[in-house]
Design a protein around this ligand. Structure first.
Ligand code: ZN
Length: 104
């Protein structure tokens, strides 16, 4: 089955680490990003910011470390884990900051 070129998006959102997702449109990219962050799409849809858009992203080359790998796009397993961890740390940090009243 022929597939059109992959579009790789870097989705930014306040309070979250950047999400790298492959999607056919910006809207679908925000949906995938929300799934990555584990939050309801409605909550983040309007706050998502397009940081980069790469049409025809090379497959099997990690968007984060640039290494060749096998697996689904857009990044290798090592980076996938790293990014997840980054997101968890960020969330914990924010949570603490909220509790201490440092944010807003
Ligand atoms: Zn990588």
């Amino acid at each position: 089955m022929a597939k059109s070129k992959d579009i790789l998006w870097e989705v930014g959102c306040e309070g979250h680490t950047d999400a790298w997702v492959v999607a056919d449109s910006w809207e679908l990219a925000t949906v995938a990003a929300a799934r990555f962050w584990g939050v309801p799409w409605r909550e983040v849809a309007s706050q998502c910011e397009m940081k980069s858009k790469i049409i025809g992203a090379p497959r099997n080359i990690c968007c984060r470390c640039g290494r060749t790998y096998f697996g689904g796009p857009p990044m290798c397993e090592v980076c996938k884990k790293d990014v997840k961890l980054e997101e968890e740390h960020l969330r914990r940090r924010l949570h603490r900051a909220y509790r201490m009243g440092k944010v807003m």
